[in-house]
Write a protein that binds this ligand. Structure first.
Ligand SMILES: *Cc1c(COP(=O)(O)O)cnc(C)c1O
Length: 417
């Protein structure tokens, strides 16, 4: 997270002190570095030089319009998994011919929206969905470009909630059933088969499972070509991991190096769908200490951010580094950092050694750019945090903090019935 560093004892995002961000927009607030986002995106572009490719940023990792338009402006495509994400991606300015649409449960309406927008490709996840895409496409008088999501049955060696390419997963089609569904697709008038899709999981820390999965997909592509399918795209999904604590994820170069030969031999355009690896380490969640309390032999630090703002610790037992915004050299203690939500599962860190943090101190939860705000909720009627984008010494509020009125939008009182 090199765009977040101490300058004169003050934690900054680029050249902007986080204390100034908190002063301007309060807490809890997500803060993103423009340089870090563009840097990781361009890292992919550099590593892929010489290979026909399209980097489709996975909108689900962080769908903020400013971040999306930044990436669209840099030339990225988008990977969307719902009609809502498609709407966001189009509004942010992504070229529809650079948008791919995945998801195991697309509705007819979502399929129609994707076809109307003329997205590059629908990544289809079942025979039943294929039939519906065909039906909707024919009703619209178009042919839907599709890739079938194949399940390579490779263990990605990650958290079970984010492993998606196992045989027993709800995603995609088992590898040994893939040929049959491609043959069925070839007979459908509303379908144009253009590729194969895979996505084996998230926060992958080794390239070997991706390379193994790609090998299996490559065999399938060759078999399909033997049957006359003209496949243009191999979509290898996203999933490259990031460093939260002491992980050592592969670099963009290592990742591409492990796949390049197979892709070159296939002579296809490779589509990538990175989410976490583009924005994860480009964002932090800024929060303020409300109270210190000692009970049951434990020291708690109660902060103004909670599981509704950042659910990853509660949901995956995920680790987020915590840095005091004002560098503290004094004594250290072991604490639980918890939020105000009425659940014991509401914690941001457990048994963490930190400098002694007084009430009012500002903290940054690091590596919170991906699946942070995107998974935020209004649980406990908590307005979702503000989001700020930093560019050098400038910072802009790119999503205002929700208001109490926002919380009630669309609701009625019983006596209005
Ligand atoms: C979640 C998801 C991604 C992005 O995964 P990251 O781990 O954030 O890179 C890409 N493609 C599909 C189909 C996904 O479901």
């Amino acid at each position: 997270m090199e765009e977040f560093a101490y300058r004169d004892g003050q934690l900054c995002c680029e050249e902007t002190p986080l204390e100034a961000v908190a002063e301007s927009w309060g807490t809890p607030t997500y803060v993103y570095s423009r340089r870090a986002i563009l840097g990781t995106y361009e890292g992919y572009e550099r590593a892929l030089a010489g290979l026909p490719h399209l980097v489709c940023y996975a909108v689900k990792a962080n769908g903020n319009l400013a971040l999306l338009s930044l990436l669209a402006g840099a030339g990225a495509g988008a990977d969307v998994v719902s009609g809502g994400e498609l709407f966001r991606a189009l509004r942010a300015g992504f070229d529809p011919q650079r948008i791919v649409f995945a998801g195991v449960g697309k509705t007819r309406e979502e399929i129609r929206e994707a076809l109307k927008a003329d997205v590059l490709c629908l990544n289809v996840e079942s025979a039943a969905e294929l039939a519906v895409v065909d039906e909707v496409a024919r009703a619209e008088g178009v042919r839907a470009r599709v890739a079938i999501r194949v399940n390579p049955d490779i263990d990605p060696q990650t958290h079970p909630y984010i492993a998606t390419g196992l045989r027993t997963s709800k995603f995609g089609i088992a590898h040994d059933e893939a040929l049959d569904i491609y043959r069925a697709a070839a007979r459908l008038g509303g379908i144009e088969v253009v590729g194969v899709h895979m996505h084996i999981g998230s926060q992958l820390l080794k390239v070997s499972p991706i390379a193994d999965a790609l090998e299996r997909v490559a065999e399938l592509v060759q078999a399909l070509r033997g049957e006359g399918f003209a496949l243009r795209y191999v979509d290898i999904g996203g999933g490259l991991g990031i460093r939260y604590k002491d992980e050592a994820p592969p670099s963009h170069e290592e990742y591409v190096r492990a796949l390049r030969r197979t892709l070159e031999a296939l002579g296809v355009t490779v589509i990538l769908e990175p989410g976490r690896s583009i924005v994860g380490n480009a964002g932090a969640l800024l929060t303020r200490v409300l109270y210190r309390k000692r009970t049951g032999g434990r020291q708690f630090v109660v902060v103004d951010a909670a599981m509704n703002d950042l659910i990853r610790p509660s949901l995956y037992n995920a680790y987020h580094e915590i840095l005091p915004v004002r560098k503290a050299a004094g004594p250290r203690e072991t604490v639980d950092v918890v939020g105000p939500v009425c659940e014991s599962g509401d914690f941001l860190a457990k048994e963490r050694e930190l400098p002694v943090l007084p009430e009012g101190a500002l903290l940054a939860l690091m590596s919170a750019g991906a699946y942070g705000f995107a998974m935020a909720s209004n649980y406990n009627a908590r307005p979702r945090p503000a989001e700020v984008l930093v560019a050098g010494e400038r910072s802009a509020l790119v999503r205002r903090r929700e208001s109490y009125e926002d919380l009630l939008a669309g609701e009625l009182l019983a006596d209005d019935l």
